[in-house]
Ligand binder design. Structure first.
Ligand SMILES: [Mg+2]
Length: 114
């Protein structure tokens, strides 16, 4: 999707800070309460779901999708990620750390069968 452009490395912390700056510059922070952000996240999940609605099952990698559909999908995935990061931040949760911990807990719960 990004053509030949060099991919920039990004972390959840970089995205969190960029979103914080974005909201601060616009005076939106007072509205970014946990409940408001959760509802915004759910709304974006709906927008993401609409893209797949009525398509039936789709192949991994979406080989039969138009480029514009993939661009739209990327935008909605980003909306979901960015609201999730903001929601975590508004709750004082370090999403990177709790996600790593949850992966560890999942590995304990579902050990590899050899
Ligand atoms: Mg959206």
């Amino acid at each position: 999707m990004s053509g030949d452009s060099v991919k920039e490395s990004v972390s959840l912390e970089v995205l969190r800070q960029k979103m914080k700056d974005f909201a601060q510059e616009r005076g939106w922070e007072p509205h970014h309460t946990p409940r408001n952000l959760l509802l915004a996240l759910v709304g974006e999940m709906g927008e993401l779901s609409e893209i797949f609605q009525w398509k039936g099952e789709v192949e991994r990698g979406l080989p039969n999708w138009k480029e514009e559909e993939k661009v739209h999908l990327g935008e909605e995935l980003s909306d979901v990620l960015l609201y999730l990061i903001q929601l975590s931040d508004s709750c004082g949760i370090d999403l990177s750390q709790v996600a790593l911990r949850k992966l560890h807990l999942n590995a304990l719960k579902y050990p590899v069968n050899k």
